[in-house]
Design a protein around this ligand. Structure first.
Ligand SMILES: Cc1cc2nc3c(=O)[nH]c(=O)nc-3n(C[C@H](O)[C@H](O)[C@H](O)COP(=O)(O)OP(=O)(O)OC[C@H]3O[C@@H](n4cnc5c(N)ncnc54)[C@H](O)[C@@H]3O)c2cc1C
Length: 420
């Protein structure tokens, strides 16, 4: 019998398992499938994850002070995590939030960096062009540039680091998919029963669900309770550049951009309803195949489609080859980064889990069952803090954060409409 079973061995689940495993006299297990070697419609596998990649942007700033705080708390522990695990996942290349200086994105981010005292350089449009002559942004755009304490993380390696430390502290990691969680009576006490597709029955006093986009595709919450989550399909392009180009762009930071874009940017790219672009770009990163890639994609607010069934989600994760969206993202890389000579490009498909509150749910369904779901596209960098808060909440029933618990309340779907 475990004290805590964490379901979902992704970014948040692995962090929660580590934090729980550091508590005295707590037996923890972490259950979730490993990344598949390949994704195929021919395989019976239905459960994937939003972290199958080598990079996620990390930064202390955000237009939303809540997300900014979660990020900072998590980032403060990156170097310790690296030292304890011996695994390096954090590259401090800096991060730039760019766009029209008077636009909402920039003014809100400026408010946060000021009120939270986040170290940054403010780049006026002129300074931005001087500092990054190879970036093709509109002449009137500026940037909030975190030169230090920001950049990108490798999500696969961060998870490996979390799991390794958790294991070293006694956590049992089980490579399996959970299909049902129920609460049972154990001589007057509550017992949580976790059944896996591989035929295991795990018993625990408490369970934390950290299953991201896949939460509603198995019987994880009590019958009739379905978290209000919207699944946004995203495509990204990875554009291969030469070693010379990678060297030339060696000071390139991660970038998030919201604005009108430049005249040579692809016109029919996903955009916000007000026609603004919302994109992100990562500097050249060496991938496991030894090649350097610049990664680019659109922010989830620019995509209007929502997926609802497990079949749709599987089909999206298993989409192969170069789709029109991938090609447009690759075109954007060459439009934004001047004079690079792309050698090749390929694409990938992933899902962002949105909530109507735009914040992650960290909450208790009942005293022995908690959730930490709904990353809204921001949870990779903040996963260590989200996992910590969730683990403390489920283990001890206590909210252990200066941020208000109200902000993270679980919202359920109104399923009564389905029964009409
Ligand atoms: C294209 C793209 C770019 C992104 N860029 C950034 C970025 O730059 N910065 C940033 O901070 N965030 C970014 N994100 C968001 C970030 O990746 C997610 O917020 C984060 O991965 C969410 O963590 P999670 O633990 O909730 O979900 P996941 O990382 O997906 O983990 C959930 C885990 O639960 C497992 N699981 C699901 N169902 C079950 C089940 N029934 N039984 C057992 N296990 C189960 C899954 O296999 C998975 O391993 C991006 C997302 C995408 C798609």
């Amino acid at each position: 019998m475990y004290d805590l079973c964490v379901v979902g061995a992704g970014m948040i689940g692995s962090a929660a398992a580590r934090h729980a495993s550091l508590q005295p006299n707590i037996r923890v297990c972490l259950v979730g499938p490993e990344e598949p070697k390949e994704r195929s419609m021919d395989s019976p596998r239905e459960i994937f994850a939003s972290h199958y990649d080598e990079s996620r942007i990390t930064r202390r700033s955000d237009p939303d002070p809540i997300w900014a705080t979660l990020g900072q708390k998590a980032m403060d522990r990156y170097r310790d995590l690296e030292a304890t695990s011996g695994l390096n996942f954090y590259s401090e290349t800096g991060c730039m939030m760019a766009g029209p200086p008077a636009g909402q994105f920039m003014t809100k981010t400026q408010e946060t960096v000021t009120s939270q005292n986040i170290q940054h350089d403010y780049l006026t449009p002129k300074l931005l062009r001087q500092r990054f002559p190879y970036m093709n942004l509109p002449d009137t755009d500026g940037a909030i540039y975190e030169t230090k304490n920001a950049g990108y993380i490798n999500p696969r390696v961060l998870i490996a680091a979390q799991e390794q430390i958790a294991r070293d502290n006694g956590c049992v990691v089980i490579n399996d998919v959970v299909y049902e969680i129920t609460q049972q009576d154990d001589n007057g006490a509550s017992l949580m029963s976790v059944l896996t597709e591989g035929g295991q029955k795990i018993e625990a006093r408490r369970v934390l669900i950290a299953t991201g986009s896949f939460t509603n595709f198995r019987n994880l919450l009590p019958p009739g309770q379905e978290p209000d989550l919207m699944l946004v399909p995203l495509a990204v392009a990875k554009v291969e550049v030469s070693v010379e180009d990678a060297k030339r762009l060696r000071d390139m930071p991660s970038m998030i951009y919201k604005g009108e874009g430049n005249t040579n940017w692809p016109e029919d790219y996903p955009r916000y309803p007000n026609k603004l672009y919302g994109i992100y770009l990562l500097p050249p990163i060496k991938y496991p195949d030894g090649k350097f890639y610049i990664k680019c994609g659109y922010l989830h607010g620019t995509e209007s489609r929502r997926l609802s069934t497990v079949a749709e989600v599987k089909a999206w994760f298993c989409t192969e080859g170069v789709t029109p969206l991938v090609t447009k993202s690759a075109d954007l890389v060459t439009a934004v980064t001047k004079d690079i000579k792309p050698l090749s490009y390929h694409g990938d498909h992933c899902i962002v889990t949105e909530t109507p509150t735009h914040r992650i749910y960290i909450d208790l369904v009942h005293p022995d069952l908690g959730v930490a779901i709904g990353g809204n596209g921001y949870a990779a960098k903040s996963s260590d803090e989200i996992g910590r808060i969730a683990a403390m909440l489920v283990l001890y029933g206590k909210w252990d954060s200066e941020l208000p618990a109200e902000t993270f309340k679980l919202k359920l779907k109104d399923t009564s409409k389905n029964n009409l």
